[in-house]
Design a protein around this ligand. Structure first.
Ligand SMILES: Cc1cc2nc3c(=O)[nH]c(=O)nc-3n(C[C@H](O)[C@H](O)[C@H](O)COP(=O)(O)OP(=O)(O)OC[C@H]3O[C@@H](n4cnc5c(N)ncnc54)[C@H](O)[C@@H]3O)c2cc1C
Length: 447
């Protein structure tokens, strides 16, 4: 069975060459780095984006493809509303079919208590005039063809969208390249070149680029990269398993999640299925930051399972070096693409649970299975900020399991942050110093 929706053996699309100088260097070719590059290029700023493996080969292509306003943290919501508009504009601009559709997102509730839990988002939805509404048990049943189970009800947002991540982010990267961004795949950033507390360049495995401005958008690798320069962020990553079915009859055009299975219809007529839990490998960072994660653990106790150690070369493996220099191979070159194995027990459970929910399907045939490492912060919202201690260094990371949908919004925001322009949103919740300034950690909605 194919392990992934697109082949990592396909030829590299973006070769560079490495420029000597660039206004901005972006480290990481996921949805965040690519979107930020796009918006900077639209302002005629010279941008070099370096990616250690392939554009979108990590989380940004492995995700479920949900673009949702529903269930968002209050401070993320205005940015994701903007992102939904930007997705539509960018889809038109890139001139490729990225599978963008307004087919809605629905959360299924097992109990009245869970229904009551939706109330706080309903207040937010009403403040932002969203089309989110609560459905009773009968209305919920009528949204899905042949659903065997009666839920207590649901919360649904018909204007929420879906897209095919493995088409969308590479398409945005091609658009960025057409706008003048230099993209170089298979090129790891090893270290920053710093002079008197300021960024003066980036050392990559292919040489140095002179620059005064760097954006770290390295997904699950950001914390490792930054720590080598004395910048600590309490970021961890969890493994999440996903499966894609063969095309099958349509039971619902959008995306929905219940306690034991989440599903989304894809453009090819299959469903992308996933379980309701993920796995954390316990490494040095997990222990170092454990106390910061206690509030999230208390708020969402059942979502995470644990393993004692990550495989070799993962960002938080016990054997991964925590410091290195520019002149030797770095941990980023040792793991070009973080490609975790999917968990067989989760695959069995999601096929079984989907079939139980829709018994009209005699069999649920999987055409691909994979997993991704989701990078998360203790309060389940990202860091989008400048690093005060290092002039010229910016960070946009820790998207905490929902960075695909909000990606273009964060890209636009961070591009204006870098330029010193008005942002249009309050970024206080996403500041780097919240983990060190004595603030209480306030978890947002679960991953
Ligand atoms: C299974 C799964 C399901 C998800 N479902 C959804 C969903 O439905 N909706 C949603 O909104 N979000 C979802 N997410 C989350 C979403 O995919 C991520 O939040 C988002 O893709 C993060 O984007 P990013 O650009 O920050 O990181 P990434 O996509 O991980 O990109 C970071 C890139 O940086 C590169 N890199 C790192 N270090 C270096 C270096 N030193 N030099 C060069 N390159 C480097 C990496 O190779 C990588 O390609 C899901 C995630 C997973 C794994």
């Amino acid at each position: 069975m194919p392990a992934f929706p697109f082949s990592l053996n396909d030829p590299i699309q973006h070769h560079g060459p490495l420029p000597k100088i660039s206004d901005v260097v972006i480290i990481g070719g996921g949805v965040i780095g690519v979107s930020a590059a796009l918006f900077l290029a639209k302002r005629k700023i010279s941008v070099t984006l370096i990616e250690k493996g392939r554009i979108a080969a990590e989380q940004s292509s492995r995700n479920w493809g949900w673009i949702r306003k529903q269930g968002r943290d209050a401070d993320e919501l205005p940015i994701v509303i903007e992102a939904c508009r930007l997705w539509q504009e960018l889809a038109a601009e890139c001139g490729e079919d990225i599978g963008l559709n307004r087919t809605g997102v629905t959360y299924l509730a097992n109990s009245d208590k869970q229904m009551a839990g939706f109330e706080s988002f309903m207040k937010l939805a009403s403040a932002y005039d969203l089309d989110t509404r609560l459905l009773d048990s009968g209305q919920t049943a009528s949204l899905f063809k042949g659903m065997s189970r009666r839920f207590a009800g649901s919360m649904t947002t018909p204007s929420d969208m879906r897209a095919e991540p493995w088409l969308a982010v590479p398409a945005l990267a091609r658009l960025a390249a057409r706008l003048g961004v230099t993209i170089i795949e298979n090129c790891a950033a090893r270290t920053l070149d710093l002079s008197s507390g300021k960024v003066s360049g980036v050392w990559t495995e292919a040489g140095r680029i002179e620059t005064s401005t760097v954006l770290v958008a390295g997904g699950a690798w950001s914390s490792l990269f930054l720590r080598n320069h004395g910048v600590s962020i309490p970021q961890l990553a969890v493994r999440a398993t996903v499966a894609a079915t063969e095309p099958m009859a349509e039971i619902h055009a959008g995306a929905a999640a219940g306690a034991d299975v989440a599903f989304r219809r894809r453009q090819d007529g299959g469903y992308t299925l996933a379980p309701g839990s993920h796995r954390l490998y316990l490494g040095p960072d997990a222990f170092r930051h454990a106390t910061k994660y206690l509030p999230a653990l208390v708020a969402h106790p059942f979502g995470t399972r644990y393993s004692p150690a990550a495989p070799e070369f993962y960002p938080d493996s016990w054997s991964t070096p925590r410091s290195w220099t520019a002149d030797a191979e770095s941990p980023f070159e040792r793991m070009r693409v973080l490609n975790p194995a999917p968990e067989q027990s989760s695959l069995d459970a999601i096929s079984r649970n989907f079939k139980r929910l829709f018994p009209q399907f005699q069999t649920v045939r999987l055409k691909a299975t994979w997993a991704g490492m989701i990078d998360a912060m203790p309060d389940i919202v990202p860091i989008v900020d400048r690093v005060e201690a290092v002039t010229g260094l910016f960070v946009a990371t820790g998207m905490s399991g929902h960075g695909f949908g909000i990606g273009p919004g964060i890209g636009r925001v961070v591009s204006d942050l870098i330029q010193g322009n008005a942002i249009g949103h309050n970024l206080n919740r996403f500041r780097l110093s919240r983990f060190t300034d004595g603030s209480r950690i306030r978890p947002g909605p679960a991953i």
